[in-house]
Design a protein around this ligand. Structure first.
Ligand SMILES: Nc1ncnc2c1ncn2[C@@H]1O[C@H](COP(=O)(O)OP(=O)(O)O)[C@@H](O)[C@H]1O
Ligand SMILES: CC(=O)N[C@@H](CCC(=O)OP(=O)(O)O)C(=O)O
Length: 268
């Protein structure tokens, strides 16, 4: 069968874009942003991964469960994991799915535990407890959903081969999904317009520049897992990582506005 020009691109043919929605901006997620994504979905398959750090903090506080961070990741005891699961896979995943559906996106909320979506292993059990890293993504499961024109919305939880549920940093989770799905693009949506230096947006940054910005303390905290995981996945198939602000429409004439991360800048 030959494809007519007017035929929509469907099934496995469309390139995949992974969009990570940070917990920092979920409450302020703009309708204009969702509209931009809907436009993108005409030519791309979109997979969402979401965070929820601030909401987990609020719930832990409410329930008077203490938690600490080690190297930017939450030390996860069995008691903390219960709250993480409740907030990520329960509250936020369902809220986001409903919000996307309200805007006409056929979202399907999942956690990495469902359908063996994200098989994981312990990241650093000694220091972090029940925290994981993604070792395998169930590609066929995601591709089947995409083929049926559903939009996966993934909460960053994984499961070990022997069934232990693990908490996964959402940035690292999104990067792993992008890498394993051979995504064309990974987009981190957060509460700032991109990487800022003295209040000015850096439009493009490469590995060397990013290392300098980390060493100088310009890039710190929650921006670190975004840039480091970007550089890891950019070594593979993925061509482009963007960091953008979700409080507004992020496309201008079809191009994303924010910081573009590249492995190495092309010198003209
Ligand atoms: N150079 C930088 N430019 C912009 N933001 C930065 C920079 N370095 C650190 N940050 C911090 O990173 C935060 C975004 O990361 P994080 O709070 O983890 O958000 P998210 O929940 O979206 O992942 C920003 O709000 C800002 O405080
Ligand atoms: C291991 C680890 O740190 N997991 C994170 C998962 C949520 C997350 O990463 O949310 P943001 O994207 O909003 O930061 C946590 O427990 O907070």
């Amino acid at each position: 069968m030959t494809m007519s020009k007017s035929m929509p691109v469907t099934g496995r043919n469309k390139p995949v874009v992974v969009i990570k929605l940070g917990g920092s901006m979920l409450e302020e997620l703009a309708d204009s942003f969702i509209t931009s994504i809907k436009k993108l979905m005409k030519t791309r398959h979109v997979i969402f991964v979401h965070g929820g750090g601030p909401e987990i903090n609020r719930m832990l506080e409410k329930l008077e469960v203490k938690s600490q961070f080690y190297n930017g990741q939450r030390k996860t005891t069995p008691e903390v994991l219960e709250v993480v699961q409740m907030v990520l896979a329960g509250k936020i995943n369902k809220w986001l799915t409903a919000r996307l559906q309200k805007n006409g996106i056929e979202a399907v909320g999942l956690s990495g535990c469902d359908g063996r979506l994200l098989t994981s292993s312990f990241l650093d059990e000694e220091h972090l407890g029940l925290v994981g890293k993604v070792s395998r993504v169930n590609r066929d499961f995601l591709l089947s959903l995409l083929e049926l024109t559903y939009v996966p919305v993934i909460a960053p939880l994984g499961k070990t081969e022997d069934g232990q549920i693990l908490n996964i940093n959402a940035d690292l989770c999104a990067a792993a999904v992008a890498e394993n799905m051979n995504a064309e693009q990974l987009v981190f949506v957060t509460d700032v317009p991109g990487i800022l230096q003295n209040g000015t947006l850096i439009e493009e940054a490469d590995e060397q520049q990013i290392q300098e910005l980390i060493d100088d303390g310009v890039i710190f905290g929650g921006m670190i897992p975004k840039v480091t995981s970007s550089l890891t996945v950019l070594s593979g198939q993925l061509k482009e990582v963007m960091i953008v602000n979700g409080k507004d429409a992020v496309f201008k004439q079809g191009t994303l506005i924010g910081t573009k991360i590249v492995k190495k800048k092309v010198v003209m």
